[in-house]
Design a protein around this ligand. Structure first.
Ligand code: NAD
Length: 257
């Protein structure tokens, strides 16, 4: 047990198992690392086999290579998780009338149906142990819309609803469920958007960040993945046990507008 940290703020998660989806990159990877550092055994779930296996080996976790758009692959994931971090996600930018149907369906499968399937299979284990933590990596787009991101905004709003319902059902069993709502985090997902917008607007990438992405943000910088991960770990601490059904923005003031 780690005696160097304040147990109220930085929980010891020894004896707990955390399942993190989309754990091979970005926020998911930071979460997997942070949960392992707090003592949890981590199931590193991702589509990307190499990076998932590499990370699992480095943090002493177990890799589960799975395409979350495939219900059979989701149903094959372990059920004995005390902590679930629903994180895997993808973006597609297009106006509604031009949005490819298959991208819309894929985004709902990965970002709504997979979290639902994972929770319905892992909640019985949490209920049995009378303790569980569900951390849904939502977005400011779980609270607000932006043009051209219909599938993503729809999926994140659905995840918010699922999170609150699980909070109500889980409370008598010692299970909390919350959303974290980041603004722009420095990850591969955002790097791709920066490059695409630079091309679309014909401006350098640093101007995309400063003038477009951070336009509504009071704190003028991108968020680092570890800042999100630390909040996810804190939600599993004893001092957060009364926080459930909540949506916690980590957005530098984006939703304050
Ligand atoms: P990322 O692209 O760096 O990582 C996403 C991970 O999910 C990748 O490892 C990818 O392989 C995995 N993944 C994608 N589709 C999958 C599938 N079908 N099956 C299994 N794994 C799959 O992205 P990120 O920025 O770290 O995003 C993680 C989560 O955070 C997403 O839900 C995203 O919506 C949310 N988020 C990101 C930001 C941001 O600015 N980066 C802001 C708010 C919310």
């Amino acid at each position: 047990m780690d005696t160097t940290s304040d147990p109220l703020l930085r929980p010891s998660l020894h004896g707990r198992t955390a399942l993190v989806t989309g754990a091979a990159s970005g926020i998911g990877r930071a979460c997997a690392e942070a949960f392992a550092a707090a003592g949890a055994r981590v199931y590193v779930v991702d589509l990307a086999a190499g990076p998932a296996e590499e990370l699992a080996e480095r943090i002493g976790g177990v890799a589960h290579v799975a395409d979350l758009s495939d219900p059979d692959a989701v149903e094959a994931l372990p059920t004995d998780a005390d902590i679930v971090v629903n994180n895997a996600g993808l973006q597609h930018v297009a106006p509604v009338h031009e949005f490819p149907m298959e991208r819309f369906t894929l985004i709902q499968r990965v970002m709504v149906e997979a979290p639902f399937r994972i929770l319905r299979r892992t909640l019985p284990h949490m209920y049995e142990r009378e303790w569980g933590r569900v951390v849904n990596i939502s977005s400011v787009h779980g609270l607000r819309a932006s043009a051209f991101k219909s599938a993503y905004v729809t999926a994140k709003h659905a995840l918010e609803g699922l999170s609150k319902t699980v909070a109500l059902e889980g409370a008598p069993h010692g299970v909390t469920s919350n959303c974290i709502n980041p603004g722009y985090v420095r990850t591969a997902l955002v790097e791709k958007q920066i490059a695409a917008q630079a091309l679309a607007h014909g401006i350098p990438e640093n101007e995309v960040v400063e003038q477009i992405m951070l336009d509504r943000t009071a704190v003028k910088r991108l968020i680092e993945p570890d800042e999100v991960a630390q909040l996810a770990v804190w939600l599993c601490s004893p001092s957060a046990s009364y926080i459930t059904g909540a949506s916690l923005p980590v957005d530098g003031g984006w939703t304050a507008h």
